[in-house]
Design a protein around this ligand. Sequence first.
Ligand code: HEC
Length: 100
Amino acid sequence: MKRSILLPAAVFITASVMMLSANAEENKPLTGKAAFVASRCTVCHKIERVCGQVDEKNAAQWAVTVKRMASKGTGISEPDQKQIVDFLSSPAERTALCPD
Ligand code: HEC
């Protein structure tokens, strides 16, 4: 009985992960923090919405934006918010998600 649920679930999860990765950069799978941030920030809009502003916002401004996104009922925890802000404010780290 359980198997009939597990297989479609596995296919769905695999497809979702593939779509998220393809979203950010030509078929290059995201790993680590980049994959984590993408998974949190592409639920409602494309990553372009985030990447389009990475040069304009500093850490304090990202903290405000990420808090605002979290308040939309996303359940992004405070520690996760901090990780996302650190990632987006670091040019070296965020290039994996937002190539120049
Ligand atoms: C629950 C859905 C949802 C999630 C998840 C979400 N956003 Fe958004 N985001 C929106 C909506 C809706 C808008 C447009 C309306 C607005 O600005 O509030 C938006 C707009 C934005 C903007 C442009 C407006 C601005 O304030 O600069 C940025 C940047 C942004 N989101 C970044 C992020 C980041 C970073 C994450 C991950 C931490 C994220 N979003 C996750 C719904 C979401």
